[in-house]
Design a binder for this molecule. Structure first.
Ligand code: BGC
Length: 748
């Protein structure tokens, strides 16, 4: 037993049962008790993934409202994943850790690493991707970045939490291989590669048992197989029993109600131990996991005086956020090089004399119409527990105006009407969800039909008015930029979207704008895919996930060509919802039990198997320059001393050439296809990628390694990942459906 374990055991042996149990449950919404007598501090937590959440009193969901909890607003996880740049992930984690520590937190409840299985999932914006490899490779450096600040990352929500509908009770039924190949890998990487200090269990049931009390999940897989020795924290209100949960590997019960001493892991747990129903050793094991985390965080022990102090709202943090935001914006269409809007396209024109009758007439400024509420909407304060009290947030409109100055005339029109539009700052999400739970109703009751009719009329009238204003403005302008999409009324915790369509009549508005000006530039801001029925007619389409406090700066940099887009979709965008696997399974709005019938065929694995052509494939994204990925060479490398097959790895060598006129970055993606296998496997799976920055005309060489594990599948008989000998094909390209280079190899 090493020294720290000895210290931990000594501490535990000096504690009373009450003191131990006090450490196992919330005594405030975001804190647990310490043991002052023994110098054990309380544990202080905070959401969340996009920045450190504002300060709440211990027993009330209305924020304190001081001015000292404004923070840097980071790019969302979906935006981060779109960068396909692990350095950006590390930097984001690092500044989040620094801010969390700066705000005095011990645990930051991030990152969210669930699989984006269904585009309608309300929390899609908080998650990274549909692909377990991409999530793993982004999550690991993110966690490392957080934790080097003596703050624990808390990966969530373990496991298979992929919808919000009925999220507290729904039973997800998922087979073992699918869990191991799709839903577990990012959590496993967080544990085994990043050494994450804490993990949050999901609300849902998994194969019949609540995740908080799921022995297969927490005992067998997490603790025994992955050797996790960190802390397991319950999602808020996800514990359902005292005795069962206490005898499962979950350590801390957090919840949303104020009866802290009545939590399952509070007075009832003390009683259960006293009655002999729960062995005290179970309590000790939990306290041990918490103390181990505290030691690692330098909250206790010899290193406590050297614990990092953190800092928040620094200029460097803003730079990191801007860099990530710039790399997260995906250029999806750019026919006829509509973009970028170079200064040449925007410069003033001389007014001809005939037009002005005046020799000294001022030149005519270019008129840009910026249309759509998302151009001036700020999103930080919405979304549920990921909400942020941002120090500031640059909207797209502000970004464009501040970048273009006074020689261009930019006019804004809201374009679409948002019924009951409330300032997100006025809505307290967690309080509302709590009230709904107490009242026993999840959704607001329907309004009376007469009222409903009036409301509809009002909505239509407002919609028409705003649409007409926007269309008039478009007619009078040289350039039209539409900025729409979703917002946190749709990308929100606790509720899934009802369909994949754009809300607020945007499709109609966009179509009309395209009628008026066929060159209308379309910008979508959203956390996951939407149907775009006007897609064929749009020449330029730009996709922004929620991209933090510098979102508007980054967008204007991309639109104006000051930055060359280099993001790639971390998920497939299906053309219509009916093409998705969840639609095929007939799952929409399903409660109680959901069987993941598609198994491992999630995201592009599904679309490729079924031959469904999506609107945009996984890994897709354009640039203002062009690249050639050429000359792929494979090398099988093995450690000659070792006879262990798992020491073999395949080295891929590719040349990438920037064949265009602008410096830029390309993401080279490597997919593996198993051609001879005893079980069905996806047509191909992402197993490596690298981003390379190149000057115009420059050629770069990339070396990408595929470890032996890249060829493995999960074998349910041996309960291990195995590689079956035979033929494999390695594909290389710049999106899942554009892999022009391929090579065969044989593994024996
Ligand atoms: C969410 C978690 C969050 C927690 C604390 C829960 O409703 O699912 O992601 O960390 O609340 O706010």
């Amino acid at each position: 037993m090493d020294n720290s374990e000895k210290q931990i055991n000594e501490l535990i042996s000096g504690m009373t049962l009450e003191e131990k149990v006090a450490m196992l449950h919330g005594r405030g919404f975001f804190r647990t008790r310490g043991v002052e007598r023994l110098g054990i501090p309380e544990l202080v937590m905070s959401d969340g993934p996009m920045g450190v959440r504002n300060q709440f009193p211990d027993d009330c969901w209305i924020p304190i409202g001081n001015s000292d909890d404004y923070v840097s607003y980071l790019v969302s996880n979906s935006a981060l994943a779109a960068t396909w740049n692990t350095d950006r992930a590390y930097d984001s984690g690092r500044i989040l850790g620094e801010e969390a520590r700066g705000r005095g937190k011990d645990v930051i409840l991030a990152p969210g690493i669930n699989i984006k299985r269904d585009p309608l999932c309300g929390r899609s914006f908080e998650y990274m991707s549909e692909d377990p490899y991409l999530i793993s490779t982004m999550a690991v450096p993110f966690i490392e970045g957080v934790q080097e600040n003596d703050v624990a990352a808390c990966v969530k929500h373990f496991a298979a939490n992929n919808q919000e509908t009925d999220r507290l009770m729904v039973d997800t039924v998922v087979d073992e291989r699918t869990l191991q190949e799709i839903y577990f890998p990012a959590f496993r990487a967080a544990v085994e590669e990043a050494g994450v200090y804490s993990l949050m269990n999901a609300y849902n049931k998994l194969n019949g048992f609540h995740c908080s009390e799921n022995k297969t999940l927490l005992d067998e897989i997490l603790r025994d197989k992955w050797k996790y020795d960190g802390t397991v924290i319950s999602d808020w209100g996800s514990v359902h029993t005292t005795e069962e949960a206490a005898q499962t590997s979950i350590d801390i019960e957090m919840s949303v109600t104020t009866d802290f001493d009545e939590y399952y892991f509070a007075a009832p747990l003390i009683k259960a131990v006293r009655d002999g129903k729960v062995p005290e050793a179970c309590i000790d094991a939990k306290v041990r996991n918490i103390l181990r985390m505290m030691l690692r965080l330098k909250m206790i022990g010899n290193d406590a005086l050297s614990r990092k102090q953190g800092v928040y709202d620094t200029e460097e943090h803003r730079r990191v956020i801007l860099a990530a935001a710039r790399e997260s914006i995906v250029l999806l269409k750019n026919e006829g090089n509509m973009l970028p809007l170079t200064m040449d396209k925007l410069k003033m024109t001389k007014v001809s004399l005939a037009e002005s009758h005046n020799e000294i007439a001022a030149p005519r400024k270019k008129k840009i119409a910026v249309i759509g509420k998302n151009a001036e909407c700020r999103h930080a304060a919405g979304g549920g527990s990921a909400e942020i009290k941002a120090l500031y947030e640059i909207s797209p409109l502000l970004g464009l105006k501040s970048a273009l100055g006074g020689n261009v005339e930019i006019t804004y029109a809201q374009g679409y009407y948002i019924p009951g539009d409330k300032d997100v700052n006025e809505v307290n999400w967690q309080e509302a969800s709590l009230e709904r739970r107490i009242m026993g109703e999840e959704a607001p009751t329907a309004v009376q039909s007469e009222e409903q009719r009036k409301l509809r009329e009002e909505i239509n009238a407002n919609r028409l008015k705003l649409k007409n204003e926007a269309c008039d403005l478009a007619r009078q302008s040289d350039i039209v930029i539409y900025v729409g999409g979703l917002n946190h009324d749709y990308d929100v915790e606790g509720r899934d979207r009802a369909d994949m369509r754009l809300p607020y009549g945007q499709d109609e508005l966009i179509s009309e704008l395209l009628d008026i000006n066929q060159d209308t530039i379309i910008v979508m801001v959203a956390g996951s895919a939407v149907e775009m029925p006007w897609l064929n007619r749009a020449k330029a389409l730009v996709w922004c996930y929620y991209s933090g406090m510098e979102a508007g700066t980054a967008l204007s940099d991309i639109l104006l060509g000051r930055v060359n887009p280099s993001a790639k979709l971390p998920e497939t965008f299906p053309a219509v919802y009916d093409d998705t696997v969840t639609a095929k399974n007939g799952e929409f709005g399903k409660e109680k039990s959901i069987e993941y019938k598609e198994g491992i065929f999630v995201g592009y694995r599904y679309y490729e198997k079924e031959g469904i052509k999506p609107a945009f494939p996984f890994g897709y994204g354009l640039s203002y320059t062009s690249f050639n990925i050429e000359e792929m060479k494979l090398d099988m490398v093995s450690d000659s001393i070792s006879s262990d097959l798992s020491d073999i790895c395949v080295k891929i060598n590719v040349l990438v050439k920037n064949t265009g006129a602008m410096a830029g970055a390309e993401v080279v993606q490597c997919y593996v296809s198993d051609c001879e296998c005893s079980v069905e496997r996806p047509l191909k799976e992402l197993k490596a990628y690298k981003k390379i920055f190149l000057q115009p005309g420059e050629t770069g060489r990339l070396e990408i390694e595929l470890p032996y594990s890249a060829f493995a599948f999960y074998d349910i008989n041996s309960k291990e990942f195995v590689v079956e000998p035979g033929k494999f094909v390695i594909y290389t390209g710049n999106s899942s459906d554009n892999c022009r280079l391929s090579e065969e190899i044989r593994l024996i």
